[in-house]
Ligand binder design. Structure first.
Ligand SMILES: Nc1ncnc2c1ncn2[C@@H]1O[C@H](COP(=O)(O)OP(=O)(O)OP(=O)(O)O)[C@@H](O)[C@H]1O
Length: 618
């Protein structure tokens, strides 16, 4: 095996993922969230509620499902609803051990059938005698009329036994694990139960109230787990009800629609002894009812999910197992060979966006596994190979990446990119859209003497205004020191060419600084270079996110060189097709940026000389 492949696989020796063992229990399949796993295990034993906060696709619902597997299934119960002869609008509730509910309903049905048969038999006999007697008396017509009236009377007067058959509200017969109910986005009726409307409310056609009662997710989750993602999207009223249900462990079912006949019905309290696993991102904390949150805090666990895990051989081996898990879970796609797994792990490094880490946004990575599997399947391949993963990467692009593609296309049409020659005040900056796609973001700076007497202004458009101001502020200290120029004597105009919604510009500060210095000193900037990096007040170039994606964008735009912070060098993970296509220049200070980016000239030499001298003094 090639050394680099072996290293990527954490030293694991195998041919395909068919050889990799996948743990039985879901909780043992969770990767990179050890603290969450520990808390879930404890919460399952102590029956505590849990709040999981973190990025999408990091395993929140998986943990909730895993918790249900850990709960004892011996305690499961069935819930039945019976008619209440004293008050038909308050059906009665009974619980029995799991599996018994069905039997009880069956027994009631049998009983009702027997009674109905006996009743029908009796009626039939009576009718027979009446008609027979009337015929003997030569009054057959009257006999038939009497028989019909008898039938009608019987329909209204004699109770119909089938109306006494209870309804099985919650059925846990034959369940292998405690229930797991996902109530994400559920409306009140689905969450707390409902009573259906009855269009026929009299005349012997009405459906008895108890038959119209429907259980809610809170009831179906009795003795199990109720999972609610995006908990903040629940109305405050629903959160309050949820809190009551958690405290009482019982909640009556009533019609949710005020104008329906169901609203008159209210059952006895229905058991709902569930464990709540609430989830969401950080914003969810804002929208959460304080009492609900404090209930979880006081009686349970709050857990922040990891986005990444350290890139160690052990964690890489876990990702190998992840691929095997996903193949097994999918059930249709073929197993991966070791080279294909290595590609997935490379992608996990790249997507982490952080040096020495692997991504834990495993749902997205799982998506890549499935797409690669589907490609292999459509070709009739017996295993998934590296080429399938590479092709899947092209297809399984995020919305942001697709947006970036469109963006680049559009810019090409309008020739917004300048990739050769040199221009004063114009720099090819690099930025990211969303979290996963890079773009080239040209920046143009112009300086004019300040219009206002007091001080100059930084004029920038759009959302990046704040960033532009900060970058100019940072560079102003340097400019003042070195060039003896006070930037507050100037108005600085900064234009982000064709900025697009969603562009993050925090890493554009060395580009802005370079553009401003170029404009001030009238030294042209080379246009075959792109750059990214954050700038400190002291002139240091600080690391930024998304370097790999940015470099890929620079390659696509046809640029020859790219300047990146030296601290980001290890974050560069280019695909084989991109490798060697661009010269990567790592830098630590603004002087180096200028040395590479400015066009050679006498002015440049002078400027750099001054810069280096004062940098030493700094
Ligand atoms: N930590 C993990 N370990 C193993 N597999 C994972 C992990 N996280 C996610 N997955 C895979 O991704 C799938 C989706 O994850 P899951 O639905 O649990 O994410 P989530 O955090 O609940 O996301 P969301 O909040 O968007 O619903 C899982 O079924 C599993 O296949």
């Amino acid at each position: 095996m090639r050394e680099d492949i072996k290293e990527l696989l954490g030293g694991l020796e195998f041919e395909t993922t068919a050889e990799i063992e996948v743990p039985e229990k879901l909780i043992d399949q969770v990767i990179g969230q050890d603290h969450a796993v520990e808390a879930i295990k404890k919460a399952a034993i102590q029956r505590r509620h849990v709040l999981l906060i973190g990025s999408p696709g990091t395993g929140k619902s998986m943990l909730a499902k895993a918790m249900a597997e850990l709960l004892p299934k011996e305690e499961l119960e069935d819930i039945l609803v019976f008619p209440n002869p004293e008050d038909p609008n308050q059906p009665k509730i009974r619980t029995v051990p799991a599996g018994k509910g069905k039997e009880i309903v069956e027994a009631y049905k049998q009983e009702a059938m027997k009674k109905a048969q006996a009743r029908n038999m009796f009626l039939f006999m009576l009718v027979f005698f009446i008609i027979a007697y009337a015929t003997l008396q030569n009054q057959m017509l009257w006999g038939i009329i009497a028989a019909i009236m008898l039938f009608m009377l019987a329909r209204y007067m004699i109770p119909r036994e089938e109306r006494n058959v209870p309804k099985l509200l919650v059925n846990n017969a034959g369940k292998e694990t405690a229930p797991f109910e996902d109530a994400t986005g559920a409306h009140a009726g689905a969450l707390f139960g409902d009573v259906r409307h009855d269009p026929f409310q009299s005349g012997g056609l009405e459906t008895p109230a108890h038959e119209r009662v429907e259980a809610g997710a809170i009831h179906r989750a009795h003795k199990g787990v109720l999972y609610i993602d995006e908990i903040n999207t629940l109305t405050i009223e629903s959160q309050q009800k949820l809190l009551t249900a958690m405290q009482e462990k019982k909640f009556p079912i009533t019609g949710q629609s005020e104008r329906s006949s169901g609203a008159m019905v209210r059952t006895e309290p229905v058991p709902c002894d569930f464990i709540l696993v609430a989830a969401g991102n950080l914003d969810a904390l804002m929208g959460m009812h304080p009492a609900l949150r404090s209930r979880i805090k006081g009686y349970g666990y709050e857990i922040y999910m990891n986005d990444t895990m350290p890139d160690t051989p052990e964690n890489r081996r876990k990702l190998v197992r992840f691929v095997a898990q996903e193949v097994k879970r999918d059930g249709k796609i073929p197993h991966f060979d070791k080279y294909a797994v290595a590609e997935i792990i490379k992608e996990a490094k790249k997507r982490a966006g952080r040096r020495g880490h692997l991504t834990l946004r495993l749902r997205e990575l799982g998506g890549l596994v499935r797409t690669a599997g589907d490609i292999a399947l459509s070709e009739g391949a017996s295993v998934v190979r590296a080429e399938h993963v590479l092709r899947a990467k092209k297809i399984a692009k995020s919305i942001e990446e697709q947006l970036a593609d469109k963006y680049i296309e559009r810019r090409r049409d309008y020739k917004l990119f300048v990739t050769e020659g040199a221009e004063i005040g114009r720099v090819n900056g690099l930025a990211v859209i969303g979290e996963s796609a890079g773009i080239v973001l040209p920046i143009i700076a112009e300086v004019t003497p300040a219009l206002s007497k007091e001080e100059g202004r930084v004029i920038a458009t759009g959302r990046l205004q704040e960033i532009a101001k900060e970058a100019v502020w940072n560079v102003s200290a340097i400019i003042k020191k070195i060039m003896g120029r006070d930037i507050s004597n100037y108005d600085v105009h900064i234009q982000f060419v064709g900025t697009y919604e969603g562009v993050e510009g925090d890493s554009a500060s060395i580009s802005i600084a370079t553009a401003v210095i170029s404009a001030l000193e009238k030294i042209p900037v080379r246009q075959d270079i792109a750059m990214t990096g954050s700038l400190s007040v002291k002139g240091e170039v600080l690391p930024v996110g998304g370097v790999t994606q940015k470099i890929e964008a620079a390659i696509q735009a046809g640029l020859k060189k790219v300047i990146i912070p030296k601290d980001n060098l290890d974050d560069v993970l280019l695909d084989a097709e991109h490798e060697g296509k661009i010269e990567i220049i790592p830098v630590t200070r603004i002087e180096e940026v200028l040395e590479h980016a400015l066009l050679d000239s006498e002015e440049k030499e002078k400027l750099l000389e001054k810069l280096y001298v004062s940098a030493e003094a700094l």
